[in-house]
Design a protein around this ligand. Structure first.
Ligand code: HEC
Length: 172
């Protein structure tokens, strides 16, 4: 009788053990699933939020950059228009444009350097030769003219001597 009871208990224990193991397995499985879900939720917002944040930042930066570029372009256009406005009066030689216009203006209207419009060819020539020889002291003009050929100085003098006429003609 006792043997039967022991055998029965043993069987029950064995069954319980099996069930317990199965239960553990199930729990372990569920735990794994939960862990996976946790992992995923960790990954998802990280992956989604990080790029979206940086994307936003880049977009904002690009927006500001674009605006700055726009402003810059607008400014450049304005100065270009202003220059074109005064440049449109009449055409000048490449030599004048390259060497003299930055200081005396595209049409000799004067910027840093004095206004040249209205000066006669002789006046300009005398001034330039004076600068070149050092008789008339000006560091900037001397630096510019010391290496310039007399032919170019003559040509420039002749050209500048016509500025007034050309300007008047452009206004008609
Ligand atoms: C970097 C600026 C600068 C450039 C470039 C320049 N000049 Fe001048 N120029 C001056 C300044 C400043 C004076 C005034 C100097 C003075 O009166 O002593 C002047 C004076 C003159 C004068 C005398 C004007 C007067 O009222 O007596 C003439 C003419 C002249 N420049 C022609 C030219 C020519 C032509 C060029 C191109 C080859 C040229 N300049 C390039 C700055 C410049």
């Amino acid at each position: 009788m006792i043997r039967h009871v022991i055998a029965a208990i043993a069987t029950l224990l064995a069954i319980w053990a099996v069930v317990f193991m199965m239960e553990l397995d199930r729990k372990a499985e569920r735990f794994k699933q939960i862990q996976e879900i946790i992992e995923k939720t960790k990954e998802v917002p990280m992956q989604v939020s990080t790029p979206s944040l940086s994307q936003q930042a880049t977009e904002q930066m690009e927006e500001t950059k674009a605006k700055e570029a726009e402003d810059e372009a607008a400014k450049k256009l304005k100065t270009l228009k202003e220059r074109a406005g005064s440049a449109m009066a009449f055409k000048v030689s490449p030599l004048y444009k390259q060497k003299c216009s930055s200081c005396h203006g595209v049409n000799g209207e004067g910027i840093i350097g004095p206004k040249l419009i209205g000066k006669s060819e002789a006046e300009v020539y005398d001034a330039l030769m004076g600068f070149k020889s050092g008789k008339r002291k000006n560091y900037v003009m001397y630096g510019l003219l010391s290496k310039m050929s007399d032919e170019n100085i003559e040509a420039l003098s002749k050209e500048i001597g016509t500025f007034k006429e050309k300007l008047d003609a452009s206004k008609e």
